[in-house]
Design a protein. Sequence first.
Length: 174
Amino acid sequence: MKSDFIGLYFTVDDFLLTIAIMAGVMFILFILLLINMGKTRKIRKKYESFMQGKNAESLEDTLITRLQQVDELLESERKNRENIQVISDSLKSTFQKIGMVKYDAFHEMGGKLSFSLALLDQKNDGFIINAMHSREGCYTYIKEIVNGNSIIVLAEEEKEALAIAMGEESKKTE
């Protein structure tokens, strides 16, 4: 059966096919509408949760407070960096390396009561204290160390203490 519609000829089957396609498209559009409504509902809930409070001014106050806290944290972090730098600079001149050797200076006494103590900073500058214990008393000497070297000749125990302080224990006596 054919019908004349503006000079075009359609069959009933064509008309039904067109209706079926339109119904399918409408069904797909309806599904998309439901999905969008669900997403919109989720966004609205998040928005309402975000805007919760007495009014928009409370949200603005909260944001201003948070921004001030961030500024305070940045200032605190800057001060901490400065303090760490001061500490780091002052540590360069402190004694960081220590080497000690105990020995028996006079073989008549037991217990290794004599010692050589090397104290060095980061640049291997410092001193060696040598304390020799005998029956008559204790004698203490100090020798300056510059760049890991001494102008005064070092005894074997002093060389060993210096090597330990400089981390050269394998080179104790050269």
